[in-house]
Ligand binder design. Structure first.
Ligand code: NDP
Ligand code: MG
Length: 403
């Protein structure tokens, strides 16, 4: 039986890798729906190549995109905006939703895919950072399946016992002998540079990751190590663990993608070339295995693998993520929102790379938000997100314009 796939965020980096695998296995997977946002020429080319049944574009583009498809003789249903993403994510024809939109914009469609009981391949880590409890609870209640695409979480998933893999909403990791999870981090482009050098970093340098090729936002997050902070929070929710159970270790070669430490002293690791096609192929075909097209690791050519403890002064965002996780969901929502605004300001050259951590820290300590309990709903979450964004914009303005 072919699996029908919706790729939300099809025009991005994860979208590219996913579609390359789907194209190579077209007998097993049907590209049923795609979404894009700004790169609509690329989305149009993807529509020509894959001829999906449905496509989602921003509300302002729906008429012109539909006309363009029409003129090219492509009969594709065009939907738009957040509502369109939700329509696709919950479409009864769809088996699997690849959640690969960047940032908070990916949350509503991912959550609704869970409500519709879909198999969700999750790249959009921000959805779990903002709404971890709600998301996991929804997955459980509606018997959805959540498979992590993020390479570290996918690696951990692969190293966990089968019983946990088969029901990742019922994890009692402790009773399976798990002592700790180890998230590996590359350390990003500034690992061997001083804080002062990091302060002067250009956008071009910050987005040039040493091992992985990724979208701009996650590349900046890797440079500040906020990415590892977001991943720590993501792992707490996915694997039902408190933050002290998760260690972060810098491993500049990005060969080991993460590890599970067991009570008996065993460390299980997943290794591979740093290419997102491996975790994507794993999750697409789970529990089977398909060819991802990734170059196999050449173990003979590998020289030393290093492991380094992160410097929490230089990479303060990692410390902030632990602090926010301890404080609760309201704090992780604030941190995520503040970080999105701060990263956008850095990409627009309004603030320095090192200002991002300061802005995030200020937002966390100054924004007054209500405590969220396990019964919070999406509106409560989005209200805190909106408040945090507005406040952070004022913090950015103070730095950018010296007001
Ligand atoms: P990209 O920036 O390359 O792609 C983001 C995608 O989201 C694009 O399709 C973009 O459309 C779409 N998009 C952006 N803003 C909106 C919006 N407001 N509404 C609807 N769609 C929108 O990012 P990546 O592919 O690198 O990352 C995607 C997600 O996966 C992120 O959450 C990231 O953290 C996570 N991830 C990525 C990894 C990687 O290797 N790239 C690794 C692990 C996780 P358009 O391009 O048309 O504007
Ligand atoms: Mg990752």
């Amino acid at each position: 039986m072919t699996q029908r796939i919706a790729v939300l965020g099809a025009t991005g980096s994860i979208g590219d890798s996913t579609l390359a695998i789907l194209a190579a296995h077209s007998q097993d997977y049907e590209v049923y729906a795609l979404s894009g946002y700004q790169r609509l020429d690329k989305l149009f080319a993807l529509c020509q190549q894959f001829q999906p049944a449905r496509v989602c574009v921003p509300v302002s583009e729906v008429d012109s995109f539909a006309q363009r498809l029409n003129e090219a003789g492509l009969r594709i249903d065009v939907v738009s905006g957040d509502r369109g993403l939700i329509e696709i994510a919950t479409d009864p024809q769809v088996d699997t939703v690849v959640a690969a939109i960047v940032g908070a914009a990916g949350l509503p469609s991912t959550l609704d895919a869970a409500k519709a009981g879909k198999r969700i391949l999750l790249a959009n880590k921000e959805a779990l950072v903002m709404a971890g409890e709600v998301m996991m609870e929804t997955v459980k209640r509606h018997s959805a399946t959540l498979l992590p695409l993020d390479s570290e979480h996918n690696a951990i998933f692969q190293c966990l016992p089968l019983a946990i893999q088969q029901d990742n909403t019922q994890i009692h990791t402790a009773s399976h002998g798990v002592r700790k999870l180890w998230l590996t981090a590359s350390g990003g482009p500034f690992l061997h540079e001083s804080f002062a050098q990091m302060q002067q970093a250009s956008v071009a340098k910050a987005v040039k990751h040493p091992n992985w090729s990724m979208g701009q936002k996650i590349s900046v997050d890797s440079a500040t190590m906020m990415n590892k902070g977001l991943e720590l929070i993501e792992a707490c929710h996915l694997f039902d663990l408190s933050e002290e159970m998760i260690n972060v270790v810098i491993h500049p070669q990005s060969i080991i993608h993460s590890m599970v430490e067991y009570r008996d002293g065993s460390f299980l690791a997943q290794l591979g070339s740093p290419d997102m096609k491996t975790p994507i192929a794993h999750a697409l075909s789970y529990p089977a295995r398909i060819d991802s097209g990734v170059q196999p690791l050449d173990l003979y050519a590998l020289s030393g693998l290093e492991f380094i403890k992160p410097d929490l002064q230089k990479f303060a965002c990692l410390r902030l993520a632990r602090q926010a996780m301890q404080a609760g969901t309201q704090a992780t929502i604030v941190l995520n929102a503040a970080n999105e605004i701060a990263v956008a300001a850095f990409l627009a050259e309004q603030v320095r790379l090192t200002d991002i951590a300061d802005i995030n820290e200020q937002a966390l300590s100054e924004i007054q938000v209500p405590l969220l309990d396990a019964h919070a709903d999406i509106d409560d979450i989005l209200a805190i997100d909106a408040l945090a964004r507005r406040y952070t914009e004022t913090l950015v303005a103070k730095i950018a314009y010296g007001t």
